[in-house]
Design a binder for this molecule. Structure first.
Ligand SMILES: [Zn+2]
Length: 276
């Protein structure tokens, strides 16, 4: 019983960090008399970069891989060995108390964004840009500086802005809220491009994915239904392109849209598809 509690608490504290992308679950934990051995599994169909930065020097008594690139669905055995004396029998083990987790969708050694690529606006009708690049509400981090929040309505069709492979989908949430604790409740589709970068389409509707994991999609293909799930105060589509880097994990990259090449999209203005 005590052992089960420990396992559960390890799972809980890790899944808060990166619930859908990486898992450390009961079947990936082994215990010996004095050591807890964790394996790690990449749940995405793209490679995934994972780095740990020590924030509490007690972590130096753990044995682990500091940097690792996991191939699609790859499981790494013996990823981390933790002395059992570090595990509080009532509190369990919060890995986030020992490490910062740096995560990137893709392999930093090959990902390189094609800056000449012109993206399609991922919706059709005129919609307002409710938050632009470097927006203070939530585009205030290296992962989100170059993100766009388009004020799409619940039920709007979302289209692939660029061709690629669907590498991860979440569509089982019907929750939203005004604080970051709802961040893991957003439905999304992640598509990997041929330059190793990925596009994320966030806040989709419950059961709002029109594609499946592993699908190859073309530019302009219908992929989802817009919604209002996750950390949001209004229905919208959060769209961002990420590149995996060794230093910071996912960083957002600047992109341009067809019909608006070289122009900066402005908060509060409406934008629709147009040809140049
Ligand atoms: Zn956003």
């Amino acid at each position: 019983m005590k052992r089960l509690t420990i396992l559960f608490l390890v799972v809980l504290s890790v899944s808060v960090v990166e619930a859908q992308h990486i898992s450390i679950k009961k079947d990936t934990i082994q215990t010996t008399k004095d050591t807890l051995v964790l394996s790690i599994k990449n749940n995405m169909l793209s490679p995934m970069f994972f780095r740990l930065k020590v924030k509490n020097e007690e972590a130096n008594s753990f044995k682990y891989f500091e940097k690792i690139v996991l191939q699609p669905l790859e499981k790494k055995e013996n990823y981390m060995k933790i002395p059992r004396r570090k595990i509080d029998t009532t509190q369990g083990l919060k890995l986030s108390g020992y490490f910062d987790f740096i995560v990137g969708y893709g392999d930093p050694s090959v990902a390189s964004h094609d800056d000449s690529y012109v993206y399609l606006l991922p919706y059709k009708k005129k919609r307002k840009l409710v938050q632009g690049n470097f927006g203070r509400f939530s585009h205030d981090h290296i992962r989100s500086y170059h993100a766009y929040d388009f004020g799409t309505k619940i039920g709007d069709t979302i289209y692939a802005a660029r061709e690629g492979k669907v590498v991860l989908i979440k569509e089982d949430s019907n929750k939203h809220g005004r604080t970051r604790k709802f961040a893991n409740d957003g439905n999304f589709i992640i598509i990997q491009h041929n330059d190793g970068t990925t596009a994320s389409y966030y806040h989709l509707d419950f059961k709002g994915a029109l594609v499946e994991n592993g699908d190859i999609v073309t530019r302009g293909q219908k992929i989802g239904i817009s919604g209002m799930t996750g950390f949001t105060t209004t229905p919208h589509l959060h769209f961002v392109v990420h590149k995996a880097t060794e230093e910071d994990g996912n960083i957002s990259v600047p992109i341009q849209f067809e019909g608006y090449e070289g122009k900066k999209l402005k908060k509060g203005k409406k934008y629709a598809r147009r040809k140049k």
